[in-house]
Design a protein around this ligand. Structure first.
Ligand code: PRP
Length: 175
């Protein structure tokens, strides 16, 4: 049985706190929320329930990033893009984990080119030991050590996303 790193109760409590911060920061504004598929689907759903400021729309994006090239094109593949543009909008990006930072680095670059009024990032997890790109996480759930984690939206070799807590995989790492 894999160890529970962060319980359902801890996640719930932390999300409430993040909600308070978000509601305070966005007072008088309207948000466009963008969940990054697939890992962030559960966090997005739960965090949204704590957001009391108006949400103009909820969108999802599905991307894959690769390589460490600093070129702004050619290193992010968009499988599913936003339906509408984000120009002059207050965008809140929601991720499940910032690991090396590569994905968010490229996604931020892509989005900044679309000229939003503001763009902020919420991430449930952050693994500083793996950091390759310095990412500013505006709303961070938990900083974690370099464990192989899954559950609460994060997959274990494609499976186990439905587990309601964050667990540490204790088996062999094999793809
Ligand atoms: C995971 C996670 C982040 C990214 C973080 O996505 O959801 O998007 O990796 O890693 P990085 O900081 O090193 O870029 P993954 O590509 O595994 O896809 P998934 O969300 O569909 O599981």
């Amino acid at each position: 049985m894999d160890k529970i790193l962060i319980s359902q109760e801890q996640i719930k409590q932390r999300i409430k706190e993040l909600g308070v911060q978000i509601n305070r920061d966005y007072q008088g504004k309207e948000l466009v929320v963008v969940g990054v598929l697939t890992g962030a689907f559960m966090f997005t759903a739960d965090l949204l329930r704590e957001i009391k400021v108006p949400i103009e729309r909820l969108e999802f994006i599905s991307i894959s990033s690769y390589g460490h090239s600093t070129e702004s094109s050619g290193n992010i593949r968009v499988y599913l893009d936003l339906k509408k543009d984000i120009e002059n909008k207050h965008v809140l990006l929601i991720e499940d984990i910032v690991d090396t930072g590569l994905t968010i680095h490229h996604l931020m670059e892509l989005f900044e080119g679309r000229k939003p009024a503001t763009i902020k990032l919420a991430s449930l997890l952050y693994k500083p030991s793996r950091e390759k790109y310095k990412i500013n996480i505006d709303y961070l759930g938990f900083t974690i050590d370099n464990h192989f984690v899954y559950g609460y939206g994060l997959d274990l070799f494609g499976k186990c996303r439905q587990i309601p807590h964050i667990a540490i995989y204790s088996g062999d790492i094999k793809e």
